[in-house]
Design a protein around this ligand. Structure first.
Ligand code: FPP
Length: 248
């Protein structure tokens, strides 16, 4: 039985099915190629990608998604040219300011997820303000992964757990306990992970959380991605059978 069916209500929920996925995560790839094909600098591709991100966020909210997680800046992205790095930092700042001002009206909460320690004091302060503002908002949660790497997240979680264990503040390690040390604590695992831009790999994204996710790969470059492709990803994945390691 697919996990997302047209049926809903207590019986479907008891069987582990719901009408819609709760959480979609996206690797927004292809901004650079989109820009190059138009003779524009890579930074223009990211600016166009940020617009697509806003459009897709609204659409996901409107179809009732609970969580949308996007990969905006990886722990490896520091290797890019300084101009590109600083343009991505600028886009985060712009988005944070906008989100803080409009979260309530947009019915969308924002959480910046990753190792924020390497970000500027201004970006850290804005991320904290966004988190405070989100406390009073009802709506979909957007998790923007920034200076995020799946391995790095697991490493930081392991380190925090080790310290708590040594101090006698944590017991034996279970999967549930370990999850509570991750940046994604209190976020359900993604049902679907979409990657745009034609590559078919995970690139260090949500390594722990993607254990049972369905993947949807598309050649569409991120700035060209549309809400119709969100529908298509849900439809394609809903036809797959998810058994979570069990049998038919
Ligand atoms: C990968 O495409 C994309 C990124 C590294 C950045 C993603 C950022 C955005 C879509 C902007 C939204 C950001 C915020 C902060 C809200 P690429 O540049 O690697 O593309 P390429 O593979 O074609 O070179």
């Amino acid at each position: 039985m697919p996990i997302w069916t047209k049926e809903s209500g207590p019986a479907a929920e008891a069987a582990g099915r719901s009408a819609r996925p709760r959480h979609i995560a996206i690797i927004m790839d292809g901004n650079g190629r989109w820009a190059r094909s138009r003779g524009l600098p890579r930074t223009a591709g990211h600016a166009a990608g940020a617009e697509t991100f806003r459009k897709i966020t609204r659409y996901c909210r409107d179809i009732g998604l609970e969580h949308l997680t996007v990969y905006a800046f990886s722990t490896e992205n520091w290797k890019r040219a300084e101009e590109e790095v600083s343009s991505l930092m600028g886009l985060l700042k712009k988005y944070l300011l906008e989100a803080i001002a409009t979260m309530e009206e947009e019915r969308t909460k924002l959480y910046v997820m990753g190792d924020l320690g390497r970000l500027s004091p201004e970006l850290r302060e804005l991320s904290a303000r966004a988190l405070d503002t989100a406390e009073h908002v009802n709506g979909m949660q957007v998790n923007v992964c920034f200076n995020y790497g799946g391995r790095d997240e697991i490493r930081r979680a392991a380190q925090k757990y080790a310290l708590d264990y040594a101090a006698g503040q944590a017991g034996e390690l279970t999967e549930e306990l370990f999850s509570s040390y991750l940046d994604s604590r209190s976020i359900p695992d993604p049902d679907i992970i979409i990657r745009t831009g034609g590559e078919q790999r995970i690139s260090n994204f949500l390594l722990w959380q993607s254990a049972y996710a369905e993947y949807y790969f598309t050649d569409t470059l991120w700035p060209d991605f549309t809400p119709a492709e969100i529908d298509r990803a849900i439809e394609v994945c809903s036809r797959r059978e998810r058994r979570f390691g069990g049998t038919k």
